[in-house]
Design a protein around this ligand. Structure first.
Ligand code: ATP
Ligand code: LTN
Length: 337
């Protein structure tokens, strides 16, 4: 029976072995919550990963590893549809239609493309990296998603999705749902623990500021304890003047469910060291079972693969229907069966 719940869709790249705390707090945590109230589709976006060079053996391993981590974080294949993007060929097919609708200028304005292409050396970026946001547009529109749970860095891509959905609907008639971003203010951007002016990212310049969920818990504790704060001593949420402390408070608050004001009161008159020691403990308690569960899924690749196959089958049923409508609206001649 088709679900009457609103639909959400999101994706994560299998580009690094471990998810980091920003991925979890900014996105995956919301995915887990939304599977209870929404018709949820979540995928490992391997086609997006190859927009920058990937080792084939590592890519395959990292795709399974990403799926295992999503399950370890709490995604339940009975409650959501979990799949691998390349298992559903309609993504690449709708992306072509969207490529033919998007303007070169508008694609050129995508800040993530500008950042990533600069990182790889301006002349070395692939056409795939340039058109990466358009593939993301196709990902979202194929499922007629109402909301897209992501971190702040993805807002511009959701805006592009809205623009292209409107453009297609205007030109060819009502076809696509225009989606909304689902970005929680408190965790929209988790910052690097060594440089709280930049977002936590797997491509951070130093690994010390990056909390990988699959790190050895001792390493995690050490990174929290050496987080950069400021020369003041007051534990207060003030992103302008105390970005480091504010970041730690956001992380602490989200992981424990305690309000920031409650934490400020609890730590009044205490030193930064006390906050860091306690947060390190909270973090270790979180990552230790996460690592164990991830390993359990990896130890049984057959079950993992068959679970992903079932997810792809469910996803394809929805994606194929949307693609057929889009092909028809555009005027492509249907093949005779
Ligand atoms: P990179 O490390 O290169 O920035 P990434 O960590 O963003 O890549 P993705 O697979 O592109 O990896 O992102 C998965 C999700 O995690 C996205 O929804 C993204 O917005 C979110 N995310 C990533 N970093 C952060 C962060 N520091 N704070 C909040 N959300 C984040
Ligand atoms: N571009 C996103 C990953 C992504 C995605 C999507 C997110 C690919 N397709 C569809 C939401 C919906 C990123 O870099 N985090």
């Amino acid at each position: 029976m088709p679900s009457t719940r609103p639909r959400v869709l999101s994706g994560i790249q299998p580009t690094a072995g471990s998810f980091h705390l920003g991925n979890y707090l900014g996105a995956v945590r919301q995915w887990v919550a939304l599977q209870e109230s929404h018709d949820a589709f979540y995928m490992v976006v391997d086609l997006h990963a190859i927009t920058v060079p990937q080792d084939p053996v590592e890519l395959r391993a990292n795709t399974r590893l990403a799926a295992a981590q999503l399950l370890a974080a709490g995604l339940d294949p009975e409650r959501c549809t979990l799949f691998v993007q390349s298992h559903v060929p309609e993504h690449a097919q709708l992306a072509w239609i969207m490529n033919c609708l998007a303007g070169f200028g508008e694609a050129s304005r995508m800040t993530q493309f500008k950042d990533k292409s600069a990182k790889h050396g301006a002349g070395n970026a692939t056409v795939g990296l340039f058109t990466y946001p358009i593939l993301q547009v196709a990902d979202i529109l194929l499922y007629q998603a109402n909301q897209v749970p992501v971190g702040e860095d993805q807002r511009q891509h959701i805006e592009l999705t809205r623009d292209l959905a409107d453009r297609f609907n205007g030109r060819f008639g009502e076809t696509f749902t225009v989606p909304e971003p689902y970005i929680l203010k408190e965790t929209a951007k988790i910052y690097d623990l060594q440089d709280p002016s930049i977002k936590m990212s797997k491509s951070a310049s130093t690994p010390k500021g990056l909390i990988n969920l699959l790190d050895d818990p001792k390493t995690t504790a050490k990174k929290v304890k050496s987080a950069v704060t400021d020369t003041d001593t007051v534990i207060k949420y003030d992103t302008e003047n105390k970005p480091g402390v504010s970041n730690l408070l956001s992380i602490y608050s989200t992981l424990t469910g305690k309000a920031i004001a409650e934490l400020e009161a609890e730590y009044e008159g205490k030193m930064y060291g006390a906050l860091k020691t306690d947060l390190a403990e909270v973090m270790v308690e979180f990552v230790t079972p996460f690592r164990t569960r991830t390993q359990q899924y990896l130890d049984d690749p057959e079950t993992l693969d068959s679970l992903l196959a079932k997810g792809a089958e469910k996803a394809r049923a929805v994606a194929a229907e949307t693609l057929a409508t889009a092909y028809d609206k555009v005027g492509l001649l249907p093949a005779k069966h």
